[in-house]
Design a protein around this ligand. Structure first.
Ligand code: SF4
Length: 290
């Protein structure tokens, strides 16, 4: 059986940098809190936990004081910074620079919206950490739309300014904005494509990769929205694509009469985990041939 790991998969630079900042800090301190999972991947969270990184929820954060907390690549809304300042919490801010720039643009648009009565719209996943951080720049005023069905909620008598969550797919954005333009012939609409190319540029590569194999193992944490999007893309070109988060989810029956397996993953999937999956399959094949 031919087994190949996709060279284009693995962490994006935002996640690599957040992990580097956590590990750097843990060299000075034995312990560090992280607001939410540093990456949507259990094995990486567990690896860093052993080094002293403890994930805390937002509820827990708002009970803390006099400590140090790492902010992950997704970014956070302004109230986190305010609470930290008021409660002597030192922040190690690992917000990805791409997300930080987007937050600043949204804040500026929000400030301008008072002048022209425009409404801010974010194409993204409701409740996602990055989206919460973006909506936070507008004091909760921005509307989050997940798809065409949510466009009904917009007020078509006011100008519209739309931004996208960095990890959404370009295809979805184009569908949504096409529909939006059909509905808004009388009001100005500004569309800002703020999808991160670290994700978008992976799509053509992963499509080609997935089409080359009889079976594809897509490895990702279940909470990763980028993982869900890339899995859907792999499945669209290769219906024999299986989603796994851990080695124990692999079913040996999947490989009966299969000659080639491709292994790929999300921007939050460690390359090392993909290599482990490859090693596991090679061992499985050896065991079955004995
Ligand atoms: S996907 Fe892009 S924006 Fe998001 S953390 Fe990675 S590099 Fe940053």
């Amino acid at each position: 059986m031919k087994i190949e790991v996709d060279k284009g998969s693995g962490f994006c630079f935002g996640v690599v940098e957040a992990i580097r900042r956590a590990e750097e800090r843990l060299e000075q301190d034995t312990h560090l809190f992280c607001l939410g999972d540093i990456v949507h991947n259990n094995s990486e969270v567990e690896r860093l936990k052993k080094k002293g990184l403890t994930t805390i929820s937002h509820e827990q954060f708002f009970t803390m004081s006099n400590t140090t907390v790492l902010l992950r690549a997704h970014g956070e809304p302004p109230e986190i910074y305010k609470y930290a300042q008021e409660n002597n919490i030192k922040l190690v801010d690992a917000t990805c620079p791409v997300v930080l720039k987007l937050q600043k643009r949204i804040l500026k648009s929000y400030e301008n919206s008072a002048k022209d009565n425009s409404q801010l719209v974010i194409y993204g996943k409701k409740g996602h950490a990055e989206v919460n951080g973006l909506v936070g720049q507008t004091k909760g005023a921005a509307l989050v739309v997940e798809g065409i069905e949510d466009l009904e909620q917009l007020d078509y008598t006011r100008p519209i300014v739309l931004y996208s969550q960095t990890t959404k797919g370009l295809e979805g954005l184009h569908l949504l904005t096409g529909e939006l333009k059909n509905k808004t012939s009388n009001v100005p609409v500004k569309i800002h494509d703020t999808i991160c190319r670290q994700v978008a540029n992976r799509i053509p590569g992963i499509k080609k990769f997935a089409a080359r194999f009889e079976l594809v193992l897509f490895v990702s944490g279940k909470k990763s929205s980028n993982g869900k999007m890339l899995f859907d893309i792999c499945s669209s070109v290769n219906p024999n694509t299986k989603f796994i988060s851990e080695l124990c989810e692999i079913n040996s029956d999947w490989f009966l009469n299969i000659d080639s397996v491709g292994i790929c993953g999300a921007t939050s999937t460690p390359k090392q985990l993909l290599e482990e999956v490859a090693g596991y399959l090679a061992q499985l094949e050896l065991d079955q041939n004995v």
